[in-house]
Write a protein that binds this ligand. Structure first.
Ligand code: 8DG
Ligand code: MG
Length: 605
């Protein structure tokens, strides 16, 4: 059934509604599988550790290189004698801290945080969308302010908090320790990497968690790391690794049990921690090189509201205002996405020996998390189990990105996720479990009505955009009897074959949009083009439901000999020419296209 050809116009007539389609998208293929295949075929993409093999705590720091005597046998690693006074030098902690020094410290930390927030805003751009978000952030922060003030007071003035212990030479190589009051026996330890969208991560974000866990006799080390633009993802991973190394090698001096260390990260911190752990395992699975800590020292990894597949997150964040270009700068470009996507990386056959070294992985996520949807955790846990790892995901019904980490702990009383974490850490320790059973409920820090309002206001990163229909322009590029198709990697229609095309930008004609998208995605110059038809497409079963009015053009190439390149490998596996024949087209087709084929549509004149 040849379709009517109309001239391209910016004012499509209402007669085009004849082609309306309403179908629910079904995405059941796994985009990461194709990634695995491509990396296996390309020897250039053989997995390399993120850090140079030789890098170790010993070699990169002169702060306390007298402390650590490292050997490959981690069980027999010699530890520093506790009488050594150098640890006091490592910390800014002294028994007689003057009030003025505390105030000075609080002021400098506040200045750093303000600078980080201004930096984040400058990346986001000051558009209407961000002004409303900024106002929402103000309301959100005000509502939780009673809690923040109490936690800040504890952070700056509690004797149980050792702030800014130096673990390396780089600017942000500091960590905070939260110590239990009782010094009886050695304590389990949580090495924690905070979140902050890779831009505003800061160690003090972990203070509420540190306070909570230390009340249950667990030491917490909140590890700071360089943020973007001070560093990019490999710097963050390097810092996290060095911080973990410090914990593994020195925590005994603070009463920690070096054989009961848990690694935990929240949001972006969960991603950084997972990358660090896998990178370390890759190094250890290699031969003969020394490392300053071992994955075997980590009893379990806890990922809280984390994202583990950058190929999925890149579009998600782009639509929420953390734009693709900034995200790619943080992650060191398209070519690094594979290496920094734990969910994808562990599927690589080269990484198999490293996967077998990983500790149990437990991923916690709220089902109402729109900042990073919960399927990030379920997918990573599924992948790990499939490749032979030990992993599980634990979901919390109706909880958002911030509920689990902020609102729930501030509510006091029973905090479900916190209790789950503690139960795992204390598993097998009858005495600790008995104490947990009679632990007094935590104090409420914020009145319930304010927490409810905060939940409804949501943090600015949590806020969904107003859902509106968007316009897509896609092009049937015709050559002989064939059309150009590429297999998608974008979250909508992942692993299905689709036409080149994309979003209509403000002020563009359909033809300009088609030509631009074709050029951006394939490098091809579009020749003469005509309007074909329009369809109305609802993608309602996506984590973020979408609605597209899609304009279909047909075009020929300006130069028929030009070859299509895959210029956006994070969005597409590659381009090919396919004969327009129901039985010869590649499968599965992106469903709007599938529907057109099914209805007998023919893009050829
Ligand atoms: P992004 O930067 O937003 O991720 O990519 P884009 O290239 O601008 O967007 P896209 O997702 O490729 O295309 C925009 C929408 O157009 C898509 O989400 C749904 C709609 N669309 C269809 N059919 C087709 C098709 O065959 N190909 C493409 N590319 N998009 C299609 O309805
Ligand atoms: Mg596209």
């Amino acid at each position: 059934m040849p379709s009517p050809i109309l001239p391209i116009s910016n004012f499509p007539s209402s007669t085009t509604s004849a082609a309306t389609t309403v179908v629910k998208a079904k995405v059941d293929a796994d985009p990461s599988k194709t990634l695995l295949i491509s990396s296996q075929l390309d020897p250039e993409k053989a997995i390399k550790p993120l850090l140079p093999r030789a890098s170790s705590y010993n070699s990169t720091t002169n702060v306390n290189n007298s402390i650590i005597s490292f050997s490959n046998n981690h069980q027999q690693r010699s530890r520093r004698i506790s009488s050594d006074s150098s640890l006091a030098l490592l910390s800014d902690q002294s028994p007689r801290r003057s009030i003025s020094r505390e105030v000075g410290h609080a002021a400098s930390e506040t200045f750093l945080l303000s600078r980080l927030c201004v930096k984040l805003l400058s990346y986001l751009g000051v558009g209407y969308r961000w002004i409303t978000r900024f106002l929402a952030l103000g309301c959100y922060a005000l509502l939780l302010m009673p809690g923040f003030i109490q936690v800040a007071y504890y952070y700056f003035f509690s004797r149980q908090v050792r702030r800014s212990i130096i673990y390396g030479e780089k600017p942000r190589n500091r960590l905070d320790l939260y110590l239990p009051e009782s010094s009886h026996g050695t304590k389990p330890v949580v090495a924690f990497i905070t979140g902050g969208a890779w831009i505003i991560g800061y160690k003090a974000w972990g203070s509420l968690l540190g306070q909570q866990l230390s009340e249950r006799d667990i030491i917490v080390a909140c590890i700071d790391y360089r943020n973007f633009p001070q560093g990019t993802i490999s710097d963050m991973v390097e810092d996290a690794s060095q911080g973990i190394s410090f914990v593994c090698n020195n925590i005994a001096e603070y009463g920690g049990d070096p054989n009961r260390i848990y690694l935990m990260g929240q949001s972006a911190g969960a991603h950084i921690a997972a990358c660090t752990l896998i990178n370390q395992a890759i190094k250890e699975a290699g031969e003969g090189d020394s490392t300053s800590w071992s994955v075997s020292q980590i009893k379990a990894y806890f990922g809280l509201s984390g994202g583990y597949n950058l190929f999925n997150l890149i579009d998600h964040f782009h639509n929420r205002g953390l734009y693709r270009s900034i995200f790619l700068s943080i992650m060191e470009g398209e070519d690094s996405l594979h290496q920094f996507s734990p969910d994808v990386l562990v599927q690589d056959s080269n990484v198999k020996p490293a996967v077998s070294l990983l500790p149990p992985v437990i991923l916690f996520h709220g089902t109402a998390d729109f900042s990073i949807p919960a399927d990030a955790s379920t997918s990573f846990a599924d992948t790990l189990r499939r490749v032979g790892g030990k992993a599980e995901s634990i979901l919390y019904d109706g909880k958002t990105h911030t509920d689990l980490f902020l609102q729930d702990p501030m509510r006091g009383g029973r905090d479900e996720m916190f209790e789950d974490v503690v139960a795992i850490i204390h598993g097998g320790d009858e005495e600790a479990l008995a104490k947990d059973a009679v632990a007094p409920p935590r104090r409420r820090l914020v009145p319930e009505f304010m927490l409810k309002l905060a939940h409804n206001t949501e943090s600015p990163l949590e806020m969904e955009m107003e859902p509106v229909p968007r316009v897509g322009v896609v092009v049937f590029v015709l050559k002989g009897k064939s059309v150009l198709l590429g297999r998608r990697r974008s979250s909508i229609g992942a692993s299905t074959f689709a036409l080149p095309g994309g979003h209509l930008e403000f002020g563009e004609s359909f033809e300009e949009c088609g030509a631009r998208e074709l050029k951006e995605e394939t490098g091809l110059e579009m020749g003469k083009a005509e309007y074909l038809t329009v369809t109305n497409n609802l993608f309602l079963d996506q984590p973020k439901p979408a609605h597209y009015v899609t304009i279909f053009l047909r075009a020929v190439l300006a130069d028929p000999d030009q070859v299509a390149q895959n210029l956006e490998p994070s969005k597409c596996d590659g381009w090919g020419w396919y004969e327009w024949d129901k039985d010869k087209l590649p499968q599965p087709l992106f469903w709007p296209l599938h529907e057109m084929v099914r209805s007998g549509f023919n893009p050829f004149p």
